[in-house]
Design a protein around this ligand. Structure first.
Ligand code: SF4
Length: 315
């Protein structure tokens, strides 16, 4: 369950561009860093002490008020994503928070979770109202699980995988499972094919493969090349998709991935260069150049509304 960014004070951050969730408005439900795992690849650093204690780490009213005020600014994310600085299901109010967000807005609610607490009926029930749940499964056996995720001692591989399968049985929303690949640890074809029986029982709607593109908690949690990821994805079958983002320079760049993300966003709604720059954390001049390229390639068209020029993906 890698996180997009590390926040300082705000409980609500973004929207940030997300390969899986489009423009994702992040909501932090636990203080930095509160997690059941201490993954070697974690992009927000080591977990000082893993925990399984569920409690109202942050008052729901505080979270909801901040979210309401961000939405009142007129931002229109594709998803409101509960995640952030650790494992969001540790917040015992997560069910109530999802319910209140759904009363507040029509924007879909996604939960980024490591799935370690889904053995609990309470946690499963809390997540039932989410539109999408994105759990992790990085290992196909206990040995790799302990090596990659370094879980709290109370969480066993069996308990965790049983919880995921049980959740699938009761949850009617979408499950997008992420497998994080670490070089020299779970990047062999044998390790990958070992996932197949678990995928049968968890039956995710989508399977995503990722690797460390931002600095991991441990230097040895190395990145796997795009070519290797694609070959592992094809070994896994089930339409497994590689979601690693091997760029992000701060400039719009010329990468196909940036183009794809921008086109994705424009297929959802018309945007100005300013919108795109804000959504992707890029300079507006750089985005303007990028949009000229995409217009010249015939991939986007412009429409004027008042003084503003909007870009739209050509169908
Ligand atoms: S589950 Fe792993 S990657 Fe996600 S926040 Fe916890 S330690 Fe980091």
């Amino acid at each position: 369950m890698p996180r997009d960014i590390k926040h300082d004070r705000s409980l609500v951050y973004g929207p940030v561009p997300s390969r899986r969730l489009g423009r994702s408005l992040g909501v932090d439900l636990v203080p930095y860093k509160t997690c059941t795992y201490d993954c070697i690849y974690c992009q927000i650093g080591r977990t000082p002490q893993t925990t399984t204690e569920r409690k109202p780490y942050i008052e729901p009213q505080k979270i909801l008020a901040e979210l309401e005020s961000r939405l009142a600014e007129g931002i229109k994310p594709d998803y409101i994503t509960l995640g952030g600085s650790g494992e969001p299901c540790l917040n015992s109010d997560i069910g109530l928070i999802i319910e209140r967000i759904k009363q507040m807005t029509d924007t879909k609610v996604a939960v980024l979770t490591n799935g370690s607490l889904l053995w609990s009926e309470h946690v499963r029930n809390d997540l039932l109202q989410a539109h999408v749940v994105l759990p992790s499964l990085d290992a196909c056996n206990a040995n790799l699980f302990n090596k990659i995720n370094r879980p709290h001692p109370d969480i066993s591989f069996e308990t965790m995988t049983r919880g995921l399968a049980e959740f699938r049985r009761v949850y009617s929303g979408s499950i997008w499972l992420e497998i994080f690949i670490v070089q020299g640890v779970n990047d062999t074809e044998a390790a990958i094919t070992g996932f197949k029986p678990f995928l049968e029982s968890i039956c995710p709607d989508r399977v995503h493969i990722n690797t460390a593109v931002r600095p991991p908690a441990e230097d040895f949690a190395g990145q796997v090349s795009m070519e290797s990821l694609e070959s592992l994805a094809s070994a896994l079958g089930r339409g497994t998709e590689v979601i690693a983002e091997f760029k992000n320079s701060g400039n719009a760049g010329r990468g196909k991935e940036v183009d794809r993300q921008i086109l994705d966003m424009l297929s959802r709604r018309p945007c100005t260069t300013k919108d795109i720059a804000a959504g992707f954390g890029l300079r507006e001049e750089s985005v303007a150049d990028k949009m000229s390229e995409l217009s010249a390639s015939g991939l986007v068209e412009t429409r004027k509304s008042g003084e503003r020029v909007y870009y739209i993906k050509k169908s």
